[in-house]
Design a protein around this ligand. Structure first.
Ligand SMILES: Cc1cc2nc3c(=O)[nH]c(=O)nc-3n(C[C@H](O)[C@H](O)[C@H](O)COP(=O)(O)OP(=O)(O)OC[C@H]3O[C@@H](n4cnc5c(N)ncnc54)[C@H](O)[C@@H]3O)c2cc1C
Ligand code: FES
Length: 479
């Protein structure tokens, strides 16, 4: 499973950290958020290093669909209700400015990253809802127009169009922007205490620390695990699939996403909470739609990714927690982390350089009002239910029942294990407790991975960590 972005762009390798160093700012994570933030800070005259567990752009950024828009789906009415009109306008303004900042950066530095101006559309059939949403988007400062959308596959009636948005190749941009930065690859940060970051190769002493590692792996302080879960979605790149230009997304959660890259159509969908796909069939669903809508099409690639979903629908960008004034965070982009990363880079640079920003109070990770509290309580309840529901149940399934290519939680003596049978018939067994906070993992047949329903950590069939908040592999089990 490789995205068209990673297939078409190599980023030169960097050394791992092999000694202890000092710096002004340490950024954890070399995805879109970490690299843009580090670049901003370096331009502002700060000494910055980036510490990356794997490779530059190897996290969710390599599997995005890379639309740059301030129209975040069918969002304006709900956002206005959640934040009030003033903060909701600022949210949109931050994302509009992020698109301008991409344009300026790409033009000023001559970055070849297939940047194209495009219109963004959200489509749907419910006329009253679409009219209301278009009006709400206009009130927030988006030039939104309600248009007919029949030419789109599935023939939806309406779409809300916002012109002058954009799309690009995310890894080509990261390759150029990361070039002048000091980045240590294969350098997972194991611990952060005060101003010290500990890695296997040495310690980093930093005046300021930015967590741009997708999901913060420090549980306390911050308690991000109580206010975010993760959601996955799936993408096919199709040749010979004629579709109107523009960047499209459905108004309903089950809707599909469309954009072009060159001659390819990227068809996205099949979203679900990470760890809740034991029945599988997400790629099958996309392939069925592709056959129905584009019978002449051919699949060039398929991939998936996941993102952090904050309890109140607004990313957490700013001070990590009141008790750690020199720690900062950028997370919770809810599948809009391209503009979100640029907004984070601008805001974090302002905060670290001691400047005021109108956006600080919109994205403040310390916000906690009654509406957010309701979301947080729901989030915590879901995680506790995930833990309680499954961890004490003894499954009926035995390892020998598993067909080739399948996995599941099986009975093992008085306990249980996660077991998968590979295509050659070999069994692979792992401890089924997530090393983050102990929830029971679920087998994801679409990706052949063990996924956690609580906060979205993922592991391959051998138990190797794919993505956090967990920070270590699963213990292996015996069948
Ligand atoms: C299917 C899908 C489509 C999407 N499409 C769009 C879109 O069209 N437009 C849009 O705006 N957004 C989109 N998004 C969202 C966007 O892709 C993400 O929000 C964004 O890529 C997140 O970037 P990031 O830098 O926060 O995380 P990542 O890219 O995951 O980077 C985090 C990095 O931190 C590293 N790391 C983790 N732990 C440690 C540690 N302990 N030490 C050191 N390094 C560590 C990881 O290895 C990783 O490289 C989409 C999301 C999905 C799921
Ligand atoms: S990711 Fe938190 S318990 Fe698994």
């Amino acid at each position: 499973m490789e995205s068209i972005w990673s297939k078409s762009c190599d980023i030169p390798r960097r050394e791992a950290l092999k000694k202890s160093i000092r710096t002004e700012v340490a950024v954890i994570g070399a995805g879109m958020a970490g690299i843009l933030t580090a670049a901003r800070l370096q331009k502002a005259g700060r000494r910055v290093v980036v510490l990356e567990a794997n490779r530059i752009g190897s996290g969710q950024t390599r599997n995005t669909t890379a639309k740059l828009t301030a129209q975040h789906g069918c969002f304006a009415k709900q956002l206005t209700e959640a934040l009030g009109p003033e903060k909701a306008r600022l949210y949109v303004q931050a994302n509009k400015e992020a698109i301008d900042a991409f344009r300026t950066l790409i033009q000023a530095e001559g970055i070849a990253c297939d940047f194209e101006t495009q219109s963004a559309f959200v489509y749907g059939n419910d006329e009253a809802r679409m009219k209301q949403e278009a009006a709400a988007q206009r009130k927030l400062g988006l030039p939104a127009a309600l248009v007919r959308a029949k030419a789109l596959p599935g023939s939806p009636e309406y779409a809300i169009r916002v012109e002058n948005q954009a799309q690009f190749h995310p890894l080509k941009l990261l390759r150029a922007v990361s070039e002048p930065l000091t980045v240590y690859e294969n350098t997972p940060v194991r611990r952060v205490e005060g101003h010290i970051l500990t890695t296997e190769g040495g310690q980093v002493r930093a005046d300021r620390i930015v967590f741009a590692c997708h999901y913060p792996f420090v549980n306390v302080p911050g308690f991000y695990f109580a206010r975010m879960h993760q959601e996955r979605s799936y993408v096919l790149a199709l040749e010979n699939a004629p579709c109107p230009s523009g960047m499209w997304i459905g108004a309903e959660p089950a809707g599909y996403s469309f954009r072009h890259y060159g001659d390819l159509l990227l068809l996205g969908g099949g979203g679900h909470r990470t760890g809740e796909n034991s029945a599988g069939g997400r790629y099958a669903l996309l392939r069925k739609q592709a056959r129905e809508w584009f019978p002449e099409s051919r699949e060039a690639a398929h991939w998936s990714a996941q993102d952090c979903m904050p309890a109140d629908g607004v990313p957490y960008i700013g001070r990590f927690s009141a008790g750690r004034p020199d720690w900062y965070v950028a997370t919770g982009f809810q599948k809009w982390g391209m503009t979100g990363s640029m907004a984070a880079a601008t805001l974090l640079c302002d905060l670290i350089c001691g400047k005021q920003s109108p956006y600080a109070r919109v994205f403040d990770p310390g916000r906690f009002d009654t509406k957010a509290a309701a979301g947080i309580a729901k989030e915590g309840l879901h995680a506790v239910k995930g833990l309680g529901r499954r961890i004490f149940q003894i499954p009926a399934l035995q390892a020998e029942d598993l067909p080739r290519g399948h996995g599941g939680v099986v009975k093992a003596g008085a306990g249980k294990l996660g077991v998968c049978r590979d295509d050659a018939g070999g069994l692979h067994a792992v401890d089924i407790r997530c090393p983050h906070l102990g929830c029971q993992l679920e087998w994801n047949p679409d990706e052949a991975s063990w996924d956690c329903p609580c906060h979205g950590s993922r592991f391959d069939r051998e138990g190797r960590l794919i993505s956090g908040p967990a920070q270590r592999d699963l213990r292996s089990g015996r069948t």
